[in-house]
Design a protein around this ligand. Structure first.
Ligand code: ADP
Ligand code: MG
Length: 542
């Protein structure tokens, strides 16, 4: 038997679990069941794809509670783990974002949703356990299995275990019963049934409870996406969403799709009501799962949805794909590309519906995901117009964001272009000297303050035939009723003087009628990059 130390970050995380700072401890069971379900998926996939020889005729999860011994056991006959895998997967947290998680956990003591968001799954057992045992044997290996055990403090032990069936058994030694709070009795079968029903009903493998001679299946295993919307309650959808997204809140919008004919698929998509913490991190996960005829194939379906819609969660179940399909093949598959195009159109049209019919939901959506969606203006030229149609922007016309269509409606007589100014914040943009003449003459200017705004405006030539024009560039054609610029006349010596003095810093010095109160301002040539973009490139080392 070996005693090993948890990796430092894992230890910190365990500390937080042991001294459980969460009010909802029930979720530890959801985490164990979800791991068991993953392991069953993996075993089935390995037999289909890698030719692994294993019995998959009765894949299932078993739960057993012993209220006298105060233990709760969750057993699966899934893929199992090798000795090395147990050490690696359970003893360390190899996931990115862990440091950030720890900081956040310390800051926000009452945030149960963080557990799910960061997927610290297995460790959550230590919220309710004195000690946890895990016994496992990897499918396809002969003989010994592995036993792992820990009390959640700095170390764990690991040992060979003879005569272990394929799969994994986790035994949770529950803490002494808290007499004051009967709710936390996880050795109570009623309590277990209730939790399984609430969190794990749609798990596609049977979850069986063994109580004495009796065996009872606790979950319904219904594939929600395969049922007509009218037969599913909002609560069922919400639960399913929470399961696949690890989000704690309800989704903002539910989207059903079904295609019949030459290529059949069903999809159940969700727009979340808030952005995940890692939305703008490089390795952030996609939220789409791919199934083939109810069989789970893969998570993180990058091939199914473009990057800029990475926040969309859900399931796509395609009828005619091979179970053997690999990511490489998926990328080139004509059907997958077609599904992807349809998903994009459907998501964009759903957002448009929100914009037209549900201002409150739209505002939430745009606040949380507008920045990501705008990336599509750069990366998805085919849908540029559709994205612009559902985008809203701050403007000098009022405090409410405006669509481009509404801006165009309000354009003054003779105005040919859509004016915008980029900057770090609304107040910075509003107080910019560039703004003065436009404000004074009552021209509306869009206020663009997201970093991505700097970039997409370069990629979008026009909206509805109206050019997007930065008011910080070149000599913006000021409206016709503006006064002609004064002849240089008296100012010629001053201009020459300034040009000489500033020779190194500026290209030209001109009189301007764009200012009303400021004495001078800096403008870029039409083709020059804007100062903010320059700053961004510099930050990127270019
Ligand atoms: P996650 O499920 O998000 O990966 P967990 O902490 O829940 O994180 O589990 C860590 C890893 O341990 C899993 O990814 C899996 O590889 C392994 N694991 C946990 N439970 C099981 C199980 N019942 N069978 C096989 N592997 C498991
Ligand atoms: Mg897990």
């Amino acid at each position: 038997m070996e005693t090993l130390e948890f990796q430092a970050e894992a230890r910190q995380l365990l500390q937080l679990m042991v001294h459980s700072i969460y009010s909802n401890k029930d979720i530890f069971l959801r985490e164990l069941i979800s791991n068991a379900s993953d392991a069953l998926d993996k075993l089935r996939l390995a037999t289909l794809q890698d030719g692994l020889e294993a019995d998959t005729s009765d894949l299932h999860i078993e739960i057993e509670a012993d209220s006298e011994a105060r233990t709760l056991t969750v057993r699966d006959n899934g893929i199992g783990m090798t000795h090395e895998e147990v050490v690696d997967l359970i003893g360390t947290i190899a996931k990115s974002g862990t440091a950030e998680l720890l900081t956040k956990l310390r800051e926000a003591k009452e945030s149960p949703e963080l557990i799910g968001q960061f997927g610290v799954g297995f460790y959550s057992t230590f919220m309710v356990a004195d000690r946890v045992e895990l016994v496992t044997r990897k499918a396809g290996t002969e003989g010994h299995g592995t036993r792992w055990e820990s009390a959640g403090e700095g170390t764990f032990t690991i040992d060979d275990a003879p005569d272990v069936p394929v799969g994994t058994t986790v035994t949770v030694h529950l803490r002494p019963k808290d007499e004051e709070d009967a709710l936390y009795d996880y050795a109570d079968e009623r309590k277990i049934k209730e939790i399984v029903k609430r969190y794990s009903d749609f798990i596609s493998f049977p979850i069986r409870m063994l109580s004495g001679e009796q065996v009872e299946t606790l979950n319904s295993m219904k594939a929600l996406w395969a049922r007509p919307r009218s037969e599913v309650t909002d609560e069922e959808y919400n639960q399913f969403y929470r399961h696949i997204s690890h989000d704690w809140s309800d989704p903002l919008e539910i989207i059903n799709m079904k295609a019949e004919g030459t290529f059949e698929y069903e999809a159940l998509l969700f727009l979340p009501s808030r952005a995940p913490h890692d939305l703008f991190q490089r390795d952030s996960r996609r939220g789409l799962q791919l199934y083939v005829k109810r069989v789970f194939i893969m998570d993180d379906g990058k091939e199914l949805i473009p990057d800029y819609l990475r926040f969309v969660k859900g399931v796509v179940d395609a009828a005619d794909l091979s179970l053997n399909i690999s990511r490489e093949i998926l990328q080139q598959d004509r059907h997958i590309q077609m599904i992807r195009r349809r998903l994009v159109k459907k998501v964009l049209s759903t957002i448009k519906d929100l914009l037209n019919n549900n201002a409150e939901k739209y505002a939430t959506f745009w606040r949380e995901f507008g920045k990501a969606l705008k990336e599509g203006l750069l990366n998805d030229p085919d849908n540029q117009k559709a994205i612009l149609d559902v985008a809203t922007f701050s403007s000098t016309a009022g405090t409410e964001p405006t669509t481009l269509a509404a801006y165009v409606e309000r354009m003054k007589e003779g105005q040919e272009e859509i004016y915008y100014l980029t900057g770090d914040s609304r107040s910075q943009v509003e107080n910019s000297p560039h703004m003065e003449a436009f404000q004074a003459q009552g021209y509306e200017v869009l206020i663009l303050t997201d970093p991505v705004d700097e970039i997409w405006v370069e990629a979008v030539p026009d909206y509805d035939g109206k050019k997007l024009q930065s008011i910080a560039r070149g000599s913006v054609d000021l409206p016709k009723d503006a006064e002609e610029p004064e002849p240089e006349g008296d100012f010629a010596p001053l201009l020459t003087f300034l040009k000489e003095k500033l020779d190194e810093q500026v290209k030209d010095v001109r009189l301007s009628h764009r200012l009303t109160t400021s004495a001078a301002c800096l403008v870029s040539d039409t083709d020059d990059i804007t100062p903010a973009l320059e700053k961004m490139y510099r930050a990127m080392g270019q």
